[in-house]
Every structure is written in structure tokens, then in C-alpha cells.
Design a protein around this ligand. Sequence first.
Ligand code: NAD
Length: 258
Amino acid sequence: MALTAYDLSGRTAFVTGAASGIGRASALLLAEAGATVHCADRDAQGLHETVTLIKDKGGTAQSHPIDVADRTQLAEAVSAAVEASGRLDIMAAIAGIMHSSSVLETRDEDLDRVLAVNFKGVLYACQEAARAMIATGTRGSIITMASGAVDTGGPGLLCYGASKAAVVQLTKTLATEVGPQGIRVNAVAPGWIRTPMTDKHDAEKQAQTESVMVRMSPLGRVGEADDIAHAVLHLATDASSFTTGQILRPNGGVAMPW
Ligand code: NAD
């Protein structure tokens, strides 16, 4: 396939979680491929930094400081983006939080908060994007952020894993519902990626955790935010035009489900 399939000139993307880690790396890469990128996050300072990085490289970006768990804020930001750019081609719903507690110690408020951000925040983004794409007849691409947690489980992963499993179900269901309009919906399920989310703030603990991941990976390394941004880019572009309802697993080979 020609490399022009990766050209996003004239396209508009909306990226949640764009202030940090995987979201920031994805926003930068989508902008580098030519897209106008609307960056959303609750961290206004981080958003400002991402937008500045994009503009410094000659790209076009706008920031939307919002809480993705608030349906109204998300809807208003997406409609402002569509109004500013005239269309929406790509939604990358990346914002998320981690929470770890055993099943027996999990409180209602923990579960509610994780589901509100990681599942409902992605659901609202998907709904707003699909509505905007349908209204303008755009054959767009929606990308959700799941996790390797959906394949492996593990102690403490109840809330986080449940929210990501719900994202996978949302992705597959929406793919079947909007496929006839030419809209593609896919999930990325990364393995362990070095970002602020996985930063243990303790060099010894960090090295211990990472050495487990390195041993589990046939590639012998942990992932970086850029590894996932390239998976997002692939799903955002025409290079993946026959791919929908799929889970892409950039995980260094740590898990190899069917
Ligand atoms: P990160 O903490 O660096 O970035 C997460 C971003 O989401 C932050 O900028 C944060 O401000 C934003 N955010 C959180 N809650 C929000 C809310 N309510 N409204 C708006 N913005 C909000 O983490 P990351 O590692 O880049 O994670 C990005 C996504 O990738 C998450 O969905 C995460 O679950 C997923 N993921 C990460 C890993 C990993 O190992 N880092 C692995 C699998 C999946």
C-alpha cells in the first residue's frame, strides 16, 4: 500500500487524554501525519504543553480542558471541534485512570469512578463522534483504549479490568452498528507502557516491575508511549480501511490470545 494511506492532511482528529503519556504521543503523531488535532484532557497545563509542542512543529491543534466523565462537557467540546474544523474524521478516546484494589476491598466509589472515566468517558466520546460523523457523512475512524488487562487479569485489577472489558464490548458493538455508514471502530490494548500512569515514583520498584515485563516479552523490552501512538495512527488512517471491530495488541508479545 502506498504511504499516502498514512497522510491525514485535511482530516480532523479529537484526542482525549492528550495532556500526557499515550494520548500526548498520539496527538503529536496524528498532527505530524497532517491532521488538525483537538486535544482534550482535564489537565489544562499538560494540554497547553501538548498543543504548544504540536504548533512548534508546524501542526494545527486546539485545546479543550474537560472532564471526559461529564457527558455535557464532552459533547460541547466535540461540537466546538466540529464547528471549528467543519468535520470530524478521527476520535481517539484515550483518557483513563488506574485503580488497584482487591475484590474484597473494592468500594462502590472506586468502581463508580473508574467506570465513569474509563468506560463512560469512552462511551460519550464514541457517541459524540459517531453522531458527528453520521451527520456530516464522514467515513471516520473511532479508536478506543483498552488494555492487556482484558486478556490476563491479575490481583487488584477488578475495577480497571472491568472498565477496559466494557470498552472492548462497546468497541465491537459500535463497530457493527456504524459499519454500514462506513465508520470503523477499533480498540488498542497495550501491554505495560512507560508513562506517568505506570511510574512507581520509586526507582527500585519501577526496575522490579519492568524486569518482570521484560522477561515476559519475546522482544525483551517494555513499551513506550510512541509504540502505542503508532498503533493509533495505523487505525486512524486509510491504511486500516478494512479493519473494524478489532483489538490491536501492541504488547511486546507478552500475551498472544487468539
Ligand atoms: P497517563 O496518566 O499518562 O495519561 C492519562 C491522561 O488521561 C492524563 O493526561 C489524564 O489527565 C487524563 N485523564 C484522566 N482522567 C480524565 C478525565 N476524567 N477527564 C479528562 N482527562 C482525564 O496514562 P497513559 O499510560 O498514557 O494512559 C492512557 C490510556 O492508555 C489509559 O486509558 C490507560 O488505561 C491506557 N493504558 C495504559 C497502559 C500503560 O501501561 N501505560 C497500558 C494499557 C492501557
